[in-house]
Design a protein around this ligand. Structure first.
Ligand SMILES: CC(C)(COP(=O)(O)OP(=O)(O)OC[C@H]1O[C@@H](n2cnc3c(N)ncnc32)[C@H](O)[C@@H]1OP(=O)(O)O)[C@@H](O)C(=O)NCCC(=O)NCCS
Length: 161
């Protein structure tokens, strides 16, 4: 997988697999990208090299609604604090959503975020997600956006999968 030249981040280490949802029930399809901080890559970027020195987080989608497999829940984690605030979170969410539209035909994205997580709420709202519901029990906001309202770049520039 090639690292986009101008980008501060790269996504690599792709896995897609079905998981049983229980006895005789449905399968959850999920897909993960491991996030690399380009500034932390030691030496030249080499496709196929996991570049563990630069792993800073992950971004995941879950197609976990048996009534709507064109709906994907998305999660993002930039675990390394020194890699936050550099635009990486925003970039990899957009990359994952473009990938999900192209590979899985996703029509709607959903994110569930704690009401106290202002950074994430601001990030997803900035990208066009709108509040869809609120759980007082979990103190969590559910946000959604139709894929056709997103500014996604095609074709993707990170290679084939
Ligand atoms: C939330 C998180 C993904 C942001 O990643 P990041 O790479 O630091 O964010 P970016 O640099 O791409 O910022 C993009 C936008 O997010 C918002 N944002 C990010 N960090 C913020 C902060 N500390 N405070 C307020 N807004 C913030 C801003 O709108 C920002 O855009 P702007 O710079 O134009 O204002 C990261 O802090 C994280 O992993 N947090 C813990 C896990 C989590 O909360 N995941 C979300 C649940 S799905």
């Amino acid at each position: 997988m090639e690292v986009p030249e101008a980008a501060p981040a790269a996504a690599a280490g792709v896995e897609a697999e079905g998981m049983s949802g229980g006895k005789g029930s449905w399968y959850v399809l999920e897909h993960t990208f491991i996030v690399l901080d380009k500034e932390l890559i030691g030496g030249e970027f080499a496709p196929g090299n996991p570049h563990t020195e630069a792993m800073v987080g992950d971004v995941n989608i879950y197609m976990n609604d048996p009534d709507d497999m064109q709906l994907a829940e998305i999660e993002i984690m930039i675990a390394e604090h020194k890699s936050r605030g550099k635009g990486i979170g925003q970039e990899v969410i957009l990359l994952m959503m473009a990938f999900a539209v192209e590979k899985y035909g996703i029509a709607t994205f959903r994110a569930k975020i704690s009401e106290s997580n202002m950074a994430s709420l601001k990030l997803f709202r900035k990208l066009g997600f709108k509040d869809a519901s609120y759980s007082a029990v979990f103190k969590e906001v559910t946000l959604e956006v139709p894929a056709d309202e997103l500014q996604l770049r095609f074709p993707l520039t990170v290679g084939d999968w």
